[in-house]
Design a binder for this molecule. Structure first.
Ligand code: MLT
Ligand code: ZN
Length: 463
């Protein structure tokens, strides 16, 4: 059967680059979740929009599922191909196509990495502000599909804010040109924004026009050690009121220990339960004095026990590494990940309940907390204890996630802040979206992709 399907694909697109070697199927069939065994039909690497359209027409005719694929750095299984799907990798479509100094936009193909996009913006004296640790390997197509957030959302918002236009091949193979870079366009539904965060279930982004901005002013990076969780939001309120923040990230001593075990250097002596890495504008001497005054005030209040202000770019990078290195330092453990959010005003009450829940439900388990606390977004990584088999461990974590989802629901939060629903959080979509919303989402999917070819089984459970 699969031979026949591939023969037909090759007949339709004789020049298409296609991979079927077992090592390729494994490489392209998984993302960073590592929970599912990759089993795609084959890997298609189109080089043009026309090829993407032809693949979609073949997939519709043959009813073959397509998994759109970028850098596969996702953490929710959105790019996993474990059920005979054709992986449609955009990695060959990785060129920067156009820069418009007047519009202050860059137009790129979807396989451009976030880092390459940031560098291209910088080369034109401008700035693309979405940023996170996977920048070197994630692709802009994947960023758009998940509405990626990261470490500078507090200042610049999510990927969504930076999309001026998209070219998309819809599930039926039709090419859509969405918004065409317009700043003002009040002409009905904004399908561009519908595509952002759609996790590859509505269409394949084949070109993106991204807004750029002025580079940020000179900044300073500070690491703070905190005595308890309550201090976190006090320091945040203080720093946000007095400084112009570019980032405000937190992690625990347990998270830090994993990063140190991976070669990083401790920057503050002693063993403190919580840390914050913050970056803020430091344009002139008064701004730098204001930062020191805020720090001193936090120390006087007992909210901060110690701190380091980076004195060089190298030191700033070393402080950032303590936060940005967490995911990589935990990767070998294949942690069970929660990625939750609540409104900033709901953080203190939610944190209290969540802390009690996790202490009760994971008494013998290492639970690592970190995240974008200034956005109300927490990452909770649960490590499998030695001797516990993976299925039992995941079943236990799913049970706790159900309780966590109920807690989130009470606080009006979301079960997925920035990683997406994918496969990992499928069972919890209903805790975040109403039945009426999910019904509309299914209707939208039906309109874009009538045969359900694109990423089936992701975002929605199969009916
Ligand atoms: C991060 O904030 O570091 C990323 O979302 C990755 C992760 O949660 O592991
Ligand atoms: Zn994150």
């Amino acid at each position: 059967m699969s031979d026949h399907l591939l023969a037909e694909l090759i007949r339709c697109l004789p020049d298409l680059r296609l991979l079927t070697a077992p090592a390729d199927l494994e490489h392209y069939g998984r993302d960073w979740t590592r929970r599912w065994t990759p089993a795609p039909l084959a890997i298609a690497l189109p080089a043009s929009i026309e090829e993407v359209q032809q693949i979609m027409r073949w997939a519709n005719a043959q009813r073959v599922a397509i998994v759109p694929s970028g850098g596969r750095t996702g953490l929710s299984g959105g790019a996993v191909a474990a059920r005979g799907e054709l992986v449609l990798s955009l990695e060959r479509m990785n060129r920067v196509l156009d820069f418009s100094p007047v519009d202050r936009t860059l137009t790129v193909q979807p396989g451009v990495t976030l880092q390459a996009l940031q560098d291209a913006a910088c080369g034109h004296g401008l700035f693309y502000p979405v940023d996170f640790a996977a920048r070197g390997s994630c692709s802009i197509g994947g960023n758009i599909a998940t509405n990626a957030g990261g470490i500078r959302v507090i200042r610049y918002g999510n990927t969504r804010e930076w999309i001026a236009g998209l070219k998309v091949v819809a599930g039926n193979g039709e090419l859509l040109e969405l918004n065409r870079g317009l700043i003002k366009n009040s002409s009905g539904y904004d399908f561009r924004q519908l595509l952002v965060g759609s996790e590859g279930t509505l269409g394949i982004v084949v070109e993106a026009t991204l807004k750029l901005t002025d580079p940020p002013p000179p900044s300073q990076v500070m690491l703070l050690a905190l005595p308890d969780m309550a201090a976190l939001m006090q320091v945040f309120a203080l720093f946000r009121a007095r400084l112009t923040l570019q980032a405000f990230e937190f992690f625990t001593e347990q998270a830090l220990r994993h990063v140190l075990a991976h070669g990083a250097q401790r920057a503050i002596e002693g063993d403190h339960p919580y840390y914050v890495v913050t970056e803020f504008d430091a344009i002139d001497e008064p701004a730098r004095e204001a930062a020191l005054a805020a720090f001193e005030h936090a120390v006087e209040q007992g909210w901060v026990s110690d701190g380091v202000l980076a004195q060089s770019e190298a030191q700033a990078a070393a402080l950032w590494r303590l936060r940005e290195g967490i995911t990589e330092s935990l990767a070998a453990h294949r942690p069970y990940k929660n990625d939750v959010s609540v409104r900033i005003s709901a953080v203190p009450a939610f944190l209290q309940e969540m802390q009690a829940l996790l202490l009760r439900e994971y008494p013998q388990v290492e639970v690592i907390w970190f995240g974008h606390i200034g956005d109300g977004n927490l990452h909770i990584n649960v490590l499998r204890p030695d001797g516990l088999d993976e299925p039992t461990f995941i079943a236990q974590c799913e049970h706790v996630t159900k309780l966590l989802a109920a807690t989130l629901q009470r606080h009006g939060g979301s079960i997925s802040a920035e990683h997406g629903i994918g496969l990992v959080k499928l069972a919890y979509l209903e805790s975040t979206r109403s039945a009426a919303e999910i019904a509309l989402m299914r209707g939208v999917r039906q309109a874009f992709d009538p045969h359900g070819i694109l990423n089936p089984g992701k975002l929605f459970a199969a009916l």
